[in-house]
Design a binder for this molecule. Structure first.
Ligand code: GLN
Length: 245
C-alpha cells in the first residue's frame, strides 16, 4: 500500500501534474506499454501521450499525464479523476457500456509469445497451459472466454515475459507492439500472428459530446497530416533502443 502511494506520488510529481489545474486536460495511462506509453527516465512518453497532448492543444488547455495499473485506467475517467484514458485501450462491447470511445486510431491485435524450443502451432495448443497476461486486458478476456481457463495475471507485458523466461508460465499473450518490444534481444523467444483483431481508441466519461468531437477531430487531423505515422515510427524506434540498454 505504502509502495503504491509512493509510486503514485512520484508519478504525479514527475509529470508535473498537481491537482490544482482544474482546467488542465488530464490523461490517465499505464506506462508499461511501449511504444504507446513508457518511461523515458521518469517522464511518461509515447504515441498515446502525443495524441492526448494534441487534444489538449486543440482545446487550448494545459496537459498532464499520470500512470496507474491498467485495471484502474478506465475507472479513473468514470470517476472524473482524469479526462482522457489512453493506454492502448481496445474498443470492446463491455467497455462501451461504461465509457464513450473516440474513433479508432490504430488497428492491432493480440499475439502469443512463445519459446522457440516449444514452438506455437495454434490456439488449440494453449488449452490447459499456464498463460501469462497483463491483468484487465483483452489478453485476459481471451484466456477466460476463448480458452475457458484462468490466466496467470501480471502488471505488465514485460512481467509476463519474465515469467515465461523463468518457466513460471508456458506462453504469454499480449498486444503485438509491446510483445515485439519484449522479445527484442531475446533470441529464444518468438511471437505468433494475430489471434484477434482489435482497435485502439481514447475512452472518456459518458455524456461529453463536445470533448468527444474535439478528440475525433484531433485524431482525423493527426492521421491526415502524418503526425500519427511519425509518432508511431519515432516512439517504436525509441522504445526499441531503450530495450538495447
Ligand atoms: N489493448 C489491450 C486492452 O485494451 C491491452 C492494453 C494495455 O495493456 N495497455 O485490454
Amino acid at each position: 500500500m505504502k509502495k503504491l502511494a509512493i509510486a503514485a506520488l512520484a508519478a504525479a510529481v514527475l509529470c508535473g501534474c498537481s491537482d490544482s489545474g482544474a482546467d488542465k486536460v488530464k490523461m490517465i495511462t499505464e506506462a508499461t506499454f511501449p511504444p504507446y506509453e513508457f518511461l523515458r527516465g521518469h517522464e511518461i512518453v509515447g504515441i498515446d501521450v502525443e495524441i492526448c497532448r494534441a487534444v489538449a492543444q486543440k482545446l487550448g488547455r494545459e496537459f498532464s499525464c499520470e500512470t496507474v495499473d491498467f485495471d484502474s485506467v478506465i475507472p479513473a475517467v468514470i470517476s472524473g479523476k482524469a479526462d482522457l484514458a489512453a493506454a492502448g485501450i481496445t474498443i470492446t462491447e463491455d467497455r462501451k457500456k461504461n465509457v464513450d470511445f473516440s474513433v479508432p486510431y490504430v488497428k492491432t491485435g493480440i499475439v502469443v509469445i512463445y519459446k522457440k524450443s516449444v514452438g506455437f502451432t495454434g490456439a488449440e495448443q494453449l488449452k490447459g497451459k499456464k498463460i501469462g497476461v497483463q491483468g484487465g486486458t483483452t489478453s485476459e478476456t481471451y484466456v477466460l472466454n476463448e480458452l475457458k481457463q484462468e490466466p496467470e495475471r501480471s502488471r505488465s507485458p514485460a512481467e509476463s515475459v519474465a515469467a515465461l523466461k523463468s518457466g513460471r508460465v508456458e506462453f504469454v499473450i499480449a498486444d503485438i507492439d509491446p510483445a515485439k518490444n519484449c522479445v527484442k534481444g531475446e533470441p529464444d523467444l518468438a511471437i505468433s500472428d494475430f489471434i484477434t483483431s482489435e482497435e485502439y481508441a481514447i475512452a472518456i466519461k459518458k455524456g461529453q459530446p463536445e470533448l468527444l468531437k474535439a478528440i475525433n477531430e484531433t485524431i482525423a487531423e493527426i492521421k491526415a497530416d502524418g503526425r500519427l505515422a511519425k509518432w508511431i515510427a519515432d516512439y517504436t524506434a525509441e522504445a526499441d533502443k531503450l530495450k538495447d540498454k
